[in-house]
Design a protein around this ligand. Structure first.
Ligand code: SF4
Length: 190
């Protein structure tokens, strides 16, 4: 995994940081068919970057607004992958939290790449997550997100054991039966 943005990508990173969004960059190994990175590629545009380095992160800390939520993972003008695929995500989050302990951090994740050994560490970071579940239906997940059995159980474990860290869960409407089934599973988890 290459750490450190190119000069060209850094300009977008800086632009997003000015709106309190710190992206982590990267090339996602998940394979969601709806991924905007794929749309970028289909349009002939660059669809991945290097991962951000600690130097990249440190360089924008001075422009972060302590009075606004800090989005750590994605930004409006910068392609970014699932944050937990950045192998230093938690280390960098710790750095961010050292500087902005009292400022709420927020990130979006599909929840399949979170290591259960990291739950308690995450609890110390003043961060909350939007979890893009899409659906619990294994058949649909395997078609649209290529989710493996292990990843599926990682997601369920995260939702069950980290409710205090979750701000919002999003489900996609495929049809009414799937939605009802998804809501029923979600109720059981909660
Ligand atoms: S997890 Fe996110 S970035 Fe990765 S393939 Fe899926 S939609 Fe794309």
């Amino acid at each position: 995994m290459e750490l450190g943005l190119t000069k060209e990508d850094y300009k977008l990173f800086l632009k997003d940081a000015l709106s309190n969004s710190i992206v982590v960059g990267g090339k996602c190994k998940n394979n969601c068919i709806f991924c905007s990175c794929k749309a970028q590629k289909a349009a002939g545009l660059k669809n991945w970057t290097n991962y951000i380095s600690l130097n990249d992160l440190n360089s924008i800390l001075d422009i972060i607004n302590v009075n606004k939520i800090i989005h750590f993972g994605e930004g409006p003008s910068f392609l970014s992958c699932e944050p937990f695929q950045h192998t230093k995500y938690l280390d960098f989050l710790e750095v961010l939290n050292t500087h902005f302990t009292n400022t709420l951090k927020r990130a979006t994740t599909i929840g399949t790449n979170v290591n259960p050994n990291d739950y308690d560490r995450l609890r110390k970071m003043n961060i909350e997550f939007i979890v893009s579940v899409n659906t619990f239906n294994k058949k649909i997940r395997s078609q649209i997100m290529k989710t493996t059995e292990k990843e599926y159980y990682n997601l369920i474990d995260f939702l069950k054991n980290c409710q205090d860290l979750i701000y919002k869960i999003s489900l996609f409407y495929f049809n009414i039966d799937t939605l009802q089934e998804d809501l029923s599973i979600l109720n059981k988890i909660n």
